[in-house]
Design a protein around this ligand. Structure first.
Ligand code: HEC
Length: 222
């Protein structure tokens, strides 16, 4: 083999490399699929850390106090997260979740035409349990933790301020908004779930007896 032939062979080899490499570049360009900056449907699903239930619950501010300084307008923009699955209009459609018009104080799992999960039906105790401010607050903190087996695939709102704002907004979705709970009288609201035999955690400390009665303050201040 003389050096001419070697040159031809080398040239052929390099030429082939060049073509393969070019095809690679061109097809990369044609079929590029850059990862989207943001995933299309951002439902955060971090599991809350195990065993953390009792500790933060104890340190939590009562919802009555939080609602006193809540901002329903700010809540309206948080409600956008809920609107992925819920409508909030009167007579609105059930979507992935039931319509939330007039949900404050509504019996749990009783909205017409919605097929609730077994977990939610259990929690409702046949319609005895209501969506009190307290229940709403606990539920949207961590839906799956508060209502075992719920089908609501929402991670929850970890910030108490966000929860208070969105609950204040939910309250406005009504022809007849329910009175706000009285700040400082937090035990009242939580007496409800407690007396209805909700599993231990979250039950408010102290004075259940006398405070069980005035679940609805006679003269709401607003
Ligand atoms: C990914 C969809 C999804 C998102 C987002 C979502 N929910 Fe839900 N929600 C559901 C489903 C599904 C149910 C029914 C749960 C069941 O049957 O266990 C439900 C049930 C509820 C209920 C109980 C209603 C009833 O009639 O008993 C309330 C209250 C509620 N959601 C509030 C909220 C709020 C407030 C937000 C926003 C902070 C929110 N949800 C975000 C899907 C969602």
């Amino acid at each position: 083999m003389d050096s001419n032939e070697v040159n031809k062979l080398l040239g052929g080899f390099l030429g082939t490399c060049f073509i393969i490499f070019s095809i690679g570049l061109v097809s990369d360009g044609l079929f590029a699929s850059p990862a989207p900056e943001k995933p299309g449907f951002a439902i955060e699903a971090q599991e809350p850390t195990e065993g953390g239930a009792a500790a933060p619950a104890a340190a939590e501010k009562p919802i009555a106090d939080l609602l006193a300084s809540a901002n329903a307008e700010a809540g309206a923009s948080i409600f956008k997260k809920c609107q992925a699955c819920h409508s909030g209009e009167k007579g609105g459609p059930n979507k992935v979740g039931p319509d939330l018009w007039d949900v404050v104080d509504r019996p749990v799992a009783e909205h017409a035409g919605f097929a609730y999960s077994a977990g939610m039906k259990d929690f409702s105790k046949g319609g005895q349990e209501h969506w009190t401010y307290e229940n709403l607050n606990h539920f949207i903190t961590s839906p799956k933790k508060f209502v075992k087996g719920t089908a609501m695939g929402f991670a929850g709102l970890p910030k108490e301020e966000d929860r208070a704002n969105v609950i204040a907004y939910l309250r406005t979705l009504s022809d007849n908004p329910k009175p706000l709970p009285q700040p400082g009288a937090a035990a009242d609201a939580s007496a409800k779930p407690a007396e209805a035999a909700k599993p231990a955690e979250g039950a408010a400390p102290a004075k259940p007896a006398e405070s069980a009665a005035p679940a609805k303050p006679a003269a709401p201040a607003q």
